[in-house]
Design a protein around this ligand. Structure first.
Ligand SMILES: Cc1cc2nc3c(=O)[nH]c(=O)nc-3n(C[C@H](O)[C@H](O)[C@H](O)COP(=O)(O)OP(=O)(O)OC[C@H]3O[C@@H](n4cnc5c(N)ncnc54)[C@H](O)[C@@H]3O)c2cc1C
Length: 232
């Protein structure tokens, strides 16, 4: 794939993150993911800081028929977070985490890693099932099910997922949970692996969640109703 992606002037003026083209400083670093063998070159990298940034990026990609990839923690070994010749939406700068100790829930943005989430939760004596490697992103791991230290007792990460805020392909921002848009919530869980472009379930690998951008809380709120026991 190749080509160009035009950035409308109003988007460039309003974008609070970074719009990085191949000639820009930082491009080589921004396209890198955990697996150093991945060598894909997006035409544009949209490093988002806010939800409107994500909406703008999705809109640009849709209107210009660009292939879109989404990067959370960048740990997918096949490099699915990076597109070759398309638009890469990088959510890594979005690291907000909010703990509600009374309700024992965590809201976390899509760029947070397990290290960051665990640290914030541990302050309140809380924990949830997360990855065993601290640099893994909470978003991709949760969307894939999520296995970790606490799963024997508390299930997979996704079993503790309560809601997901989603930017849809047409730029809407909606909340999906068991009560609101339950079909979408189901589709975002590994039990619902695979959405086709029309939103119906698919068994085809590679189409999974392709038109869905959980933002900025792909991991949350998650149930964190477990007392964290110190590990010796
Ligand atoms: C060193 C290492 C250790 C690991 N340990 C564990 C472990 O303990 N338990 C476990 O279950 N898994 C583990 N994994 C696997 C890991 O969960 C998956 O690779 C996961 O996809 C990584 O998520 P990420 O956000 O870091 O990766 P990314 O590569 O950024 O994303 C992975 C996939 O999810 C999509 N995605 C990410 N964020 C979003 C979003 N906000 N919206 C829509 N799509 C999104 C991406 O497009 C991509 O397809 C490990 C992987 C590595 C490399």
């Amino acid at each position: 794939m190749g080509g160009t992606i035009e950035i409308p002037g109003e988007v460039r003026a309003a974008f609070t993150g970074e719009l990085i083209a191949p000639a820009d400083p930082g491009y080589e670093q921004a396209r890198r993911v955990h697996n150093g063998l991945i060598d894909k070159r997006p035409v544009l990298i949209a490093r988002c800081r806010t939800v409107p940034d994500i909406v703008d990026a999705v809109t640009i990609g849709r209107e210009q028929a660009a292939e879109i990839s989404v990067r959370g923690g960048g740990h997918n070994v096949a490099g699915l977070a990076v597109t070759d010749g398309g638009l890469m939406i990088d959510l890594a700068p979005m690291k907000g985490i909010r703990i509600d100790p009374a309700r024992r829930t965590i809201w976390a943005q899509a760029g947070a890693t397990w290290k960051e989430l665990n640290r914030a939760a541990a302050v309140h004596g809380l924990a949830t099932t997360g990855g065993v490697v601290s640099s893994t992103g909470i978003a991709g791991l949760t969307l894939g099910g999520g296995e970790g230290w606490l799963m024997g007792k508390y299930g997979l990460t996704v079993d503790n997922l309560l809601a997901v805020e989603v930017v849809t392909a047409d730029g809407q921002v909606i909340m999906a949970s068991a009560e609101h848009h339950p079909d979408l919530f189901w589709a975002l869980s590994p039990g619902g692996h695979g959405l086709r472009r029309d939103g119906r379930p698919s068994r085809q690998p590679g189409t999974r969640g392709a038109r869905l951008l959980p933002r900025p809380h792909p991991g949350g709120p998650r149930r964190a109703d477990r007392v964290h026991e110190p590990v010796r």
